[in-house]
Design a protein around this ligand. Sequence first.
Ligand code: GRF
Length: 208
Amino acid sequence: KNLAVFVSGGGSNFRSIYQGTLDGSVHGDVVVLVTNKHDCGGAEFARERGIPVIVFPKRKDGEKAFSAEDLVIALRSYNIDFILLAGYLKLIPVELVQAYPKSILNIHPSLLPAFGGKGFYGMKVHKAVIESGARYSGPTIHYVDEEYDTGRILAQRVVPVLANDTAEELAARVLHEEHKLYVDVAAALCEERIVWREDGVPLIRSKE
Ligand code: GRF
């Protein structure tokens, strides 16, 4: 399967998915990377490995805006099967959501539907979790719809929130699970192990 990964930052999730495609745990290829920040760590990593990088919505020279339609056309040209958002901080345009039904996933660093939605990103999520007194947190991978963090939940992992955690410590613990979870989910996608329950909830079938 052909994967497009979207990043805005360091791209550690992207790196672990990419590593999964190299070591055979993910039966797919990252064929294109999309970013809104042309010089972010994830984009640099991709360029170093010869993975094409698309800057969306603006190009590096700022000359011509890359429209949502342009992006759909570009992704079609790469024969994309799935789009994996990995620390991509912009809302996905509706054109893309409609062009790739049931094919776009995002990772969020809390147990959705708690601590999600617009405004909950980065360290803000972990600070809010700690302030709430919640004893557990962890990443959620969900399908992407036209809002922030509201699509169907596909997979979650739980990590403890420790009594004296700082937001940074909690973030690191969650991120460690994110990397493993995204590789497992990408593997399931590529092996067509997602089944949709009658009520619309997606489930991952375990390997035989
Ligand atoms: C992750 O915590 C992800 O859940 C959030 O942004 C962070 C991205 O980290 N949406 P990285 O760029 O994959 O290192």
